[in-house]
Write a protein that binds this ligand. Structure first.
Ligand SMILES: [Zn+2]
Length: 548
């Protein structure tokens, strides 16, 4: 990890936290001339669940966040403004407007989010310079947010909109390598090629087992910049909804892709035994037509945890099928598994973690409620034969379903491709999970009963791995389906700010939604966000400066 370069909240208060006493009294206003850019800004606000509006500004003190130069953003007095220029041309217009210079600057940003935990992003900044600028949010010598002196206007050097779009949407469509195309389109199924040859084709050197924050969660860095900017530019406390149920800092979901009949009939029982001992329920993703399935076993797995779909034949061809055929194939898969497992099959996991916008659309169309096929980051994607991932460790909604990224490196990559021993792989997984905990995200574990964890000697190490989560009271452990439901519920909930009161508005049943938590971000400094929670109430009357 890069050494702590200490992000600061203001040039004057280096390495101190600014104390904020007032809470946002009206919702954040979002604006952009471009509807697509505005949609991305909404995704930032929706992620944190910061109350926002797209309406005209009403309150003279209302914070206005705009992608590019929206009307009214140049007012030198009045409400506080944050401008995030989209693209270099827009950055130049902003520079002209305020008499600044702008240049491109490559940067590896590294920002604290909680004590000892950093998020990181490799990017190109639209960096501004000029005598009227005062840095108010910095990473070492790199300024992230400038204030224009004599005004309440702030300018971001990070292009939040373009970077976010490129990371989340740009990476959903992975381009298969020619090697993969040949393998997948061969007249025989790609998995009849001996796995030693496949692994050699898919093998690269050391990089496999290296997981750095800028690979696993660059999107988390963008989100942190968004929230930190709100805190710094408004000088107020920002209300948000906590990610997980009260008292929990992060979440674990255990999932298994069952590749072979031996894995189902042999390996699975070994893993189930470990999980039962620790009172953990998991998700079993099963191909519907690859090997003979015992209804008894599937019913059992659906009872102890849940059964998810893992394609029909698992032959790598789903990616290349026409849309109509994708939907048909995915529907058949779900229906057959539902009959065998005697329970609803709500989730899909794509073979080889293949993914594309079209597959996600088809998954939704075929009646699934969630998908978990996109890695946060993999050193070597079996499809593109390159490092690949969507760059976030949080679920997100897309194509009408919830996507739960596979956030932890899967056993196959660590052990069979990366060459780690089982114990080393467990150490690495625990390492990565500590970072996820610091960020407050989701650990999605993918362990195959067919591979080392399900073989002789594996269950002991598997136990050590799961025990590290079970023994941590701040970790919530749920199935993928429960996680998707939780996230969908949080997405539908919101904070209302009216008459100086922040209150949590819940759409779903009180019982579930009551466990959501209203939080207040009171400061941003070298230890990340300072967050306050109020245990007993979900309606908070924010303190006002005058009442202090
Ligand atoms: Zn598989």
């Amino acid at each position: 990890m890069v050494a702590n370069r200490g992000a600061i909240a203001s040039a004057k208060t280096r390495s101190q936290e600014i104390e904020l006493t007032e809470t946002l009294t009206s919702p954040l206003a979002l604006g952009s001339k471009d509807p697509q850019n505005l949609a991305i800004l909404r995704e930032f606000a929706d992620f944190w669940k910061v109350p926002y509006t797209l309406d005209q500004l009403q309150d003279g003190d209302q914070l206005f966040f705009t992608a590019g130069l929206a009307d009214g953003a140049v007012s030198p007095e009045g409400y506080p403004v944050i401008i995030s220029p989209v693209g270099i041309e827009e950055a130049k217009s902003v520079a002209r407007q305020f008499g600044l210079e702008v240049f491109k600057e490559e940067a590896l940003l590294h920002l604290p989010v909680s004590p000892g935990t950093f998020v990181s992003l490799k990017t190109v900044l639209n960096q501004f310079s000029g005598s009227r600028l005062k840095p108010v949010l910095k990473d070492g010598s790199t300024t992230i947010l400038h204030q224009i002196l004599g005004s309440r206007v702030h300018v971001l050097s990070t292009d939040l909109v373009s970077d976010y779009y490129q990371l989340i949407y740009g990476r959903l469509d992975e381009n298969p390598s020619w090697k993969f195309r040949i393998l997948a389109k061969a007249p025989f199924s790609y998995d009849t090629i001996p796995s030693c040859i496949r692994n050699r084709i898919f093998r690269t050197k050391k990089a496999i087992a290296q997981f750095r924050e800028e690979m696993l969660g660059p999107v988390e860095c963008l989100r942190a910049i968004f929230l930190a900017s709100l805190v710094v530019a408004s000088g107020k406390t920002i209300p948000r909804i906590g990610f997980w149920r009260r008292g929990k800092t992060y979440t674990l979901a255990v999932s298994h892709d069952v590749e072979t009949q031996v894995g189902l009939e042999d390996g699975a029982s070994r893993l189930v035994e470990v999980e039962r001992e620790l009172n953990i329920r998991s998700t079993w993703n099963i191909p519907s037509d690859r090997y003979p399935l015992s209804s008894q076993l599937l019913t059992y797995l659906a009872k102890t945890g849940e059964v998810g779909a893992h394609d029909t034949k698992h032959d790598g061809r789903l990616f290349f099928a026409r849309y109509k055929d994708k939907v048909e194939r995915l529907t058949q898969c779900r229906e057959r598994l539902e009959i065998l497992a005697k329970s609803e099959v709500r989730g899909f996991r794509s073979p080889l973690l293949q993914h594309s916008r079209e597959i996600l659309d088809a998954v939704g169309k075929a009646g699934y409620k969630f998908d978990s096929s996109v890695p946060s980051w993999e050193a070597l994607s079996p499809t593109s034969l390159k490092p690949h991932g969507v760059g976030t460790i949080f679920p997100f909604s897309i194509s009408g379903i919830v996507e739960v990224p596979v956030s932890l490196p899967q056993d196959h990559q660590l052990i069979r491709v990366g060459g780690l021993g089982v114990a080393q792989a467990v150490d690495r997984l625990i390492d990565v999970s500590r970072w996820v905990k610091g960020v407050g995200g989701v650990c999605v574990l993918l362990a195959h009963p067919d591979y080392e964890f399900g073989l002789e000697g594996g269950p002991e190490e598997y136990h050590r791995l799961l025990q590290s989560f079970r023994s941590d009271p701040s970790c919530d452990i749920v199935t993928l389906g429960e996680l998707a439901d939780w996230w969908a519920n949080r997405e539908q909930s919101q904070i209302n700010v009216t008459e100086g009161k922040a209150s949590l508005q819940q759409i779903n049943s009180r019982e579930r939604a009551d466990r959501l938590e209203l939080e207040f971000v009171t400061a941003y400094g070298s230890e990340g966000f300072k967050v306050e929670r109020f245990a007993d109430s979900n309606v908070i009357e924010p303190s006002r400066g005058s009442e202090k």
